[in-house]
Design a protein around this ligand. Sequence first.
Ligand SMILES: [Zn+2]
Length: 283
Amino acid sequence: MRSLAGQILISPVRYIEPHAHMVSRVTDDYRAMVTAGCLAVCEPAFWAGFDRSSAAGFYDYFCQLTSHEPKRAAQFGLAHYCWLCINPKEAEDLTLAREVLPLIPKFLDRSNVLGIGEIGLNKNSRNELKVLEQHVDLAARHDQLILVHTPHLEDKRKGTRLTLEVLRNDRRIRPERCIIDHVEEHTIQMVLDAGFWAGMTLYPETKCTAARAVDMVERYGSERLWMNSACDWGVSVPLAVPYAALEMRRRGHSPEAVDHMIYQNPLRFLGQCPNFKPPAAVA
Ligand SMILES: [Zn+2]
């Protein structure tokens, strides 16, 4: 590694945060992200840290994601987008899932909706698989992009393999319109080999550190790959993406390579959704 001591490692960066749970963050986090160069933030629907008691809780959450949160981000000039679904954990309750899924199409014409996500598996259960198939069908019928969550609790490799099978079994689904998130060293290869996009989630304790993420970039290349902070209600870092950019620069990656990874790649994937407006065109 060549030494960059004394050089400015990170001249102003621009980036897209492709996966952040902003409803659980304070407003100061928005300010910090914009200050660090964030031009757009995308928020998948996820577990709130507790189980909701009814489908009405999801209706309110979808309103929050499509109406309230974009206004909070706009205070800082930040574009806010979202994904909709019933998360894999609560999808274990088939009765609840049956009530929540029909709510989703009503929200798909909202201007900040990118697709169906984050769907997938939590404990690789039969019920979760069933609801995953229903979500994939919903996405296919409405021509939506798909964002997939892969398990942390149970076997990630098995969960990823099962998810890829579901997606490949539906002939309407095009891999280049799906991103498989939270990949790690033992799952990234199978995702990329199958033609899907892969996401690396940067967490301080679990999932993937910046150093491991940059190792993967160096090993597998930066095509069809993005980084996100997934910052949520747990221990997580809203600036994890620019911190990983700093790690890339520290190792001697060029500013262009960093831009490719944290700005151009999310732009390329998300640009497949007509609702996603390239930040430069918005400014
Ligand atoms: Zn998430």
